[in-house]
Design a protein around this ligand. Sequence first.
Ligand SMILES: Nc1ncnc2c1ncn2[C@@H]1O[C@H](COP(=O)(O)OP(=O)(O)OP(=O)(O)O)[C@@H](O)[C@H]1O
Ligand SMILES: [Mg+2]
Length: 507
Amino acid sequence: MTARTVLHIGSLSKTFPAQKALDDVDLELRAGEVHCLLGQNGSGKSTLIKILAGYHAPDPGATAELNGTPITLGSAEAREHGVAFIHQDLGLVTELDAVDNLALGHRYADRWWLSGRRERRAARKLLAEFDLDLDPALPVSAATPGEQTMLAIVRAVAATDGAPALLVLDEPTAALPQHQVEQLFGLLRRLCERGAAILYVTHRLPEVFRIGDQVTVLRDGRRVTTRAAGSVDADELVELIIGRAPTEFAPVLPAAGTEVLLSASGLSGGQVRDFSLDVCAGEIVGVSGLIGSGYDQALGLAFGARPRESGEVRLGGQEVPADRPDLAIAAGIAYAPADRKRLSTIQQWTCGENVTLPRLPSRGKARWLGPRLERREVHPWLDRLGVVPHDPGRQLSLLSGGNQQKLVLARWLRMDAQVLLLDEPTSGVDAGAKASIYEALAGIAAEGRAVVLSSSDAEELCAVCDRVAILRDGTIRSVLAKGELSVARIVSETIRDSDDPGRGECA
Ligand SMILES: Nc1ncnc2c1ncn2[C@@H]1O[C@H](COP(=O)(O)OP(=O)(O)OP(=O)(O)O)[C@@H](O)[C@H]1O
Ligand SMILES: [Mg+2]
């Protein structure tokens, strides 16, 4: 017996001033099923979701039925009838604490009086129910991207009194380490068993096979196919997504040198305790761990973007002062934070301006900047990382989430820094662009520079790193050499319970 249809969308198109983002898309979501929505960066996934949420109006002619009742797309009707959304940018107010963020989503404002105490109690209860260990009184900006994701999910589900008809998640795991992904999948399964339908956007294909029942692939705004997840394999899926046979990423990594380029000793600050790591010229070093282990704060701390309590950073033997990103950049260190959209973009500026922000293009002695010169400098980077649309003059806010990520990365790759510190460099980018980013990183290492990247994606760490340092409780607890790298090993080291500290030294 086929399951009951929860949502049916027909003939959905969306034309933005410069571009057709969706072209005659049909979609059917059924109760108890996880329906994965896949496609390259800019293929229209978020646009479809934003139309369902009422943020954009569709082109005329689209139809939609929710539980058999017609609804108007582009209005708040879906939301009012039990559809819950976790958007790509989460939609949290990061200046407020978890209590207020949960209250905003939980319709407390409907009541004629507000009680701070009741809000706090309700927030604590919700966080406990979802097993989320978060101080409800701290501003959400202090939480890691992973914690923020879980908070947004808790809020969305709570807003439908725990029983959404349809839960829509736009790349919820982009910032989640493995252990929280399991927690999220557990939650999704429970909701499915209770009859919810789930629309799930991801760039991580293994997730499709773990959690997906159905898969729909979008390419250039058109629906390419809808299939049972069990009837496709990963290669086939990549081919459907990018429209051609995939090329394998097999970097020829040069043997890393033995000259220490970057040396961090005894760094402490935030969740990080006594973090020591030596990185050699020509190396790509990974840093990983669970949320709360400090793995996602270590690079920002080394760079000076997070306050340092103690410890020392040296680049080529020269000390790099604490808490001075400007001096770190001048010394030859570049840093891209994970939350690139919030921390490193100026949304109203053009793509070109965002790329050239830290170092303006210049020609010869004359430090003169014109749009032509900017275009000439920026174009090759847009090419290299496959940014769509390929237009340095386009306002950044009009690009899809993944394309914005690529652009900020391009900015730092362009800087010729000796050492690149990158938090989650491929979070939110599609399979094709991931390979280009890995190639760019391998190229940097081949030039005798070095890359340190933090990542929650074990496959990525295996694919690109020479070594991976795993943090637990704020400190490096194990360092896996190239020959020891496997997904299973990384996962088991991140969740292992032991206390033998390690120091990350060059091989
Ligand atoms: N407000 C807007 N104005 C103009 N163009 C837009 C707007 N929003 C999105 N677009 C364009 O529509 C296309 C689809 O964007 P969308 O955000 O839906 O992509 P996506 O599939 O979610 O990609 P990603 O995986 O990067 O998140 C992109 O080319 C984007 O540049
Ligand atoms: Mg998107």
